[in-house]
Write a protein that binds this ligand. Structure first.
Ligand code: NAP
Length: 232
């Protein structure tokens, strides 16, 4: 947007996902007159660079977000957050109403079970923990904040994959830590599952493409996936 012009539109994307980053890129390219702002919670230490503007940190609840929308002159709010980021999505609905700003909800739809999938479907992470059989070798595909819940399972070997190194040592008694993002293809994920002799995957039904490769790999290897649904 040229400096001497007022933006025709100001779009706020609630982000923190690959889809939100792609959307920012598309909107910046398609709407050069508009101001495109992505909001991040600030959980990731070194987020990948984003097109357009970036703001970081919580808004301070519904009222804080409504105030930000009003003060920044936001004309459209887009919720492209992770589907399990429920608080910010709930806040977005109420804040958009308060500020009188249209809200576009673009959160991912859940994955649907396909022929060949062996899913053990549960509602909560606690149920997922309890569904793991003794002596299993589990790929625990969850955010770091959920790992501690599995610490009581000292009869299980966990393989944990994280983007950032954990700030505290993981509480899991028996585990291997892999630093990095999920593999892009089922072949890469299959290699990982075989290399670690994984017998089960525990994950949440996040939907979207980037985390789906492990689900396809599990189908290929006929491994059970303990899948936490969105209703819990
Ligand atoms: P959450 O529980 O829904 O949100 C907790 C609080 O964090 C919100 O009330 C808000 O604080 C702040 N917040 C969350 N997302 C924000 C955003 N995009 N911009 C500014 N503030 C935000 O969220 P969460 O599960 O902790 O997820 C945080 C972020 O990580 C989200 O942006 C999400 O897209 C991304 N993410 C989450 C997951 C996941 O599994 N939950 C996975 C991948 C990425 P205030 O009330 O102070 O505004």
């Amino acid at each position: 947007m040229p400096n001497d012009q007022q933006p025709t539109e100001t779009i706020l994307i609630l982000g923190g996902t690959k889809e939100a980053a792609n959307l920012a890129k598309e909107l910046v390219a398609a709407k050069p007159e508009a101001r495109i702002i992505t909001s991040l919670a600030g959980r990731t230490k070194e987020p990948a660079p984003l097109d357009g503007e970036v703001r970081t940190g919580g808004f301070g609840g519904i009222e804080g977000l409504a105030r930000y929308l009003h003060e920044t002159g936001v004309t459209r709010l887009i919720d492209a957050t992770h589907p399990f980021a429920r608080q910010i999505s709930a806040n977005a609905i109420e804040a958009a109403k308060l500020a009188g700003v249209p809200l576009d909800i673009r959160t991912r739809t859940p994955w649907a079970k396909q022929p060949g999938d062996n899913w053990i479907e549960v509602k909560t992470l606690e149920q997922a923990r309890d569904a793991i059989p003794p002596r299993a070798r589990v790929l625990l595909a969850l955010g770091s904040q959920h790992i501690g819940l599995f610490a009581t399972r000292d009869d299980v070997h966990f393989v944990v994959r994280m983007n950032d190194p954990p700030e505290q040592p993981l509480e899991l008694p028996d585990h291997a830590l892999i630093l990095g993002r999920p593999g892009d293809t089922p072949a890469v994920e299959t290699m990982l599952l075989i290399a670690h002799s994984i017998t089960h995957i525990v994950c949440r039904n996040s939907g979207g493409k980037s985390a789906y490769a492990k689900i396809e790999a599990a189908r290929e290897l006929r491994l059970p996936v303990i899948m936490v649904g969105r209703s819990g």
